[in-house]
Design a protein around this ligand. Structure first.
Ligand code: NAD
Ligand code: LMR
Length: 327
């Protein structure tokens, strides 16, 4: 007998990230090939026709795991009884805009959606915010949902983590699958701090293997931190398939476990590494049994502290900018 279906809400269902995401979820890439799913799709009223088109395509794939699809412009309907929420819907950044500029445009969305989650979702719901500025949007949603555990609110730093892995693999000429213990601290913004001081390849130190601090500071960190901008410049649109892939990686590892591997998640800080409690910040975690645990007791040197504080300052400013919306 097949398992009972899991309910997964996706906002921004007519958008370009969703166009990659939905088909992979329905194919079992998120929760496994034995887990039926019900998709609860949210988008704005003017996007409903486009969502219907996407649904026609989902139907035409004849996915065996896809049990039902709900389409709505009402967050309360979209979030009813859900086990997972992937909050993608937001206004994307265009050329010349920084993520901060999006803050007020998107803050309103995440207040409303946080309240709807609070009222309608399963008490164990796992929430990933993808829409930018992702960390602060997740913070707003979390603060708007006082009856849900804070730890259920996360933001996407996994694309940054994957980008760091790809750059390290290319530079070291080592297979991606062999590289472990990479971290991206902080904010999903150019202040992020990709950190491979603890990274290993088949147990050996990657930092010693590369032995090039100038490359780290002048090439690696800026390349990873500016990758979103580079994709926008090249494509004229923000990253979509790679963002959808990272969202799947994040949720799959959270739900099914990372098997001891370190992954980066934006999570409400528990006070570790001097990051104020409750702030949504990128940390190295391991995941097991549907929970995540921060990798503890890593040494933070002077350069790392400076970089981590830069992201912290930016997040505190973002938080300050939305204070009035949170009552
Ligand atoms: P898109 O413009 O193609 O799609 C966004 C969709 O969201 C649209 O269909 C729009 O109608 C919908 N939407 C807007 N407001 C909504 C609301 N209140 N409720 C429900 N739906 C709403 O954008 P995209 O390329 O899919 O990107 C979506 C978001 O993801 C953007 O904010 C983008 O900056 C962000 N992003 C984040 C990362 C990350 O790593 N965290 C990576 C890439 C993109
Ligand atoms: C990305 O990192 O690709 C996205 O967050 C897009 C952006 O706005 O930079």
């Amino acid at each position: 007998m097949s398992k009972p279906a899991k309910r997964i809400a996706i906002s921004g269902a007519a958008g370009q990230i969703a166009y990659s995401l939905l088909f992979r979820i329905a194919n079992g890439d998120l929760l496994g090939k034995d887990q039926p799913v019900i998709l609860q799709l949210l988008d704005l009223p003017q996007a409903q026709a486009a969502v219907k088109g996407v649904v026609m395509e989902l139907e035409d794939c004849a996915f065996e795991l896809l049990q039902d699809i709900i389409i709505t412009d009402d967050p309360k309907i979209a979030f009813k009884d859900i086990d997972y929420a992937l909050l993608v819907g937001a206004r994307p950044r265009s050329k010349g805009m920084e993520r901060k500029d999006l803050l007020s445009a998107n803050a309103e969305i995440f207040t409303v959606q946080g309240r709807a989650l609070n009222e309608m979702a399963s008490r164990n719901v796992k929430i990933l915010v993808v829409g930018n500025p992702a960390n602060t949007n997740a913070y707003i949603a979390m603060k708007s949902a006082p009856d849900l555990p804070q730890k259920n609110f996360t933001s996407m730093m996994r694309l940054d983590h994957n980008r760091a892995l790809a750059q390290l693999a290319a530079q070291s000429k080592q297979p991606i699958a062999e590289i472990e213990k990479v971290i991206v601290w902080g904010n999903h913004s150019p202040t992020m701090y990709p950190d491979f001081r603890f990274a290993t390849v088949k147990g050996a130190s990657l930092q010693q293997m590369l032995n090039d601090e100038a490359w780290n500071r002048t090439v690696f960190i800026p390349t990873v931190a500016q990758r979103g901008t580079a994709v926008i410049e090249a494509r004229g649109l923000s990253s979509a398939a790679s963002a959808a892939n990272a969202a799947i990686d994040h949720m799959r590892d959270w739900a099914l476990g990372s098997n001891g591997r370190w992954v980066t998640m934006g999570i409400p800080s528990n006070g570790a590494y001097g990051i104020p409690e409750g702030l949504l910040y990128g940390f190295p975690v391991t995941t097991a049994n549907g929970d995540y645990t921060v990798v503890s007791d890593l040494e933070i040197d002077t350069f790392s502290r400076e970089r981590m504080d830069l992201a912290l300052q930016e997040l505190l400013e973002e938080q300050n900018g939305v204070k009035h919306l949170l009552g």
